[in-house]
Ligand binder design. Structure first.
Ligand SMILES: C[S@@+](CC[C@H](N)C(=O)[O-])C[C@H]1O[C@@H](n2cnc3c(N)ncnc32)[C@H](O)[C@@H]1O
Length: 345
């Protein structure tokens, strides 16, 4: 089977700038700071790395590149419907060193931007990197307190509000968020974080939002309705630069693939009816005589399936959208493919 996954990598300008930070430490020493920060993230929700030079460099050279690639994939997914073209302004809560800001700018999305970040040191890093990357940005503001953005601002200008790996550092989702026109969450792919996003989705549908991605429908999330343990998350394939691999060689984990969960909510309804479109939300699973792959297109827990004797040689990338033939055969929770189907990866 020919496997054709999109491979995500860092833009050269960003990689070169982050490499300068990486060179402040020997790869082995930096890997120890990365392990320390990783343990902190796993055990204490609220710690921020910005006051300690070693932990700050660990964030800039490890966590920033990985979050950049995750948010790049999410931008690609939501741009399948051109959802970002109409955005007029941008609000990010917990913006850290500007990971997503750089992502938007390097993708030529230049919004008037407002950043809410509790750490002054993180804001200083953001401003320094913005200068070092020589990116010309629309006017930006930064606020250090965790006060809510003014609702009259966030309601107008088709604003996008982003939480990227920050919701898990807040105690709960602030109530003002429902004033936003568009909300994007990018969060860890853990069972807890991902199921929390599915619950937020169900709750926000009742407040007049539409779930535009990864969901292709507005029905209750099947991960919650039909399972106590399943969770919706995505995976991408990545190739990191040589300087990153030098650090990674001292770590117990290798990042050939990255996982994440995401949710894009909007008060603007979906442009197209997606009756025969499904999102691929699982990896392929080989079973006796057939392969199955989890998809989502409504409130049922369903799988695409193909039997090996039919000699279907298609590889379907996780996270992509697939066009289902109208006459696809339904066998219990399986939609049985008889020939290759169209994918929008
Ligand atoms: C894991 S970092 C993510 C940073 C950035 N979004 C990224 O993807 O790289 C979470 C950030 O949220 C910030 N933060 C935590 N609690 C906050 C709050 N109540 N208000 C604003 N920022 C907060 C932290 O200082 C930290 O920079």
């Amino acid at each position: 089977m020919m496997v054709k996954n999109k491979i995500y990598s860092l833009p050269k300008v960003l990689s070169d700038n982050l490499e300068v930070h990486a060179k402040k430490f020997k790869p082995k020493a930096l890997s120890q700071y990365i392990m320390r920060l990783s343990n902190i993230y796993q055990n204490e929700k609220k710690h921020t790395p910005w006051e300690d030079e070693g932990l700050k460099t660990a964030y800039l050279t490890y966590f920033l590149p990985l979050n950049y690639l995750r948010s790049q994939a999410v931008i690609d997914r939501i741009q399948k419907n051109n959802s970002l073209n109409a955005i007029g302004s941008f609000y990010e809560i917990g913006s850290g060193p500007g990971t997503s800001h750089f992502n938007f700018l390097l993708n030529n999305f230049n919004f008037e931007s407002h950043f809410y970040e509790i750490s002054k040191n993180a804001i200083a890093c953001h401003k320094e990197l913005l200068g070092a990357l020589s990116l010309s940005s629309m006017p930006c503001t930064w606020e250090t307190h965790s006060n809510r953005p003014e609702s009259h601002l966030i309601e107008k200008n088709n604003a996008l509000t982003l939480f990227c790996y920050s919701l898990n550092e807040l105690n709960s989702l602030p109530a003002w968020v429902s004033n936003a026109h568009n909300i994007l969450f990018i969060e860890p792919s853990t069972q807890v974080s991902s199921r929390e996003l599915s619950l937020i989705r169900n709750q926000y549908l009742k407040l007049g939002f539409y779930a535009l991605a990864p969901c292709t429908h507005q029905k209750p999330c099947p991960m919650i309705t039909h399972s106590k343990k399943d969770w919706c998350h995505d995976r991408i394939h990545v190739k990191l630069p040589a300087w990153f691999e030098d650090i990674e060689n001292h770590l117990p984990i290798k990042n050939n693939t990255l996982t994440f969960s995401y949710l894009f909510l909007s008060k603007t309804p979906p442009k197209a009816k997606l009756d025969h479109v499904a999102r691929v939300i699982g990896d392929t699973q080989k079973q006796k005589g057939k392969t199955i792959q989890m998809i989502c297109r409504g409130d049922k827990r369903e799988f695409l399936s193909w039997v090996h004797k039919d000699k279907i040689n298609q590889y379907i990338e996780r996270g992509s959208l697939v066009q289902l033939p109208e006459d696809i055969e339904l066998k219990s929770s399986e939609l049985r493919m008889k020939k290759d189907i169209k994918c929008f990866s």
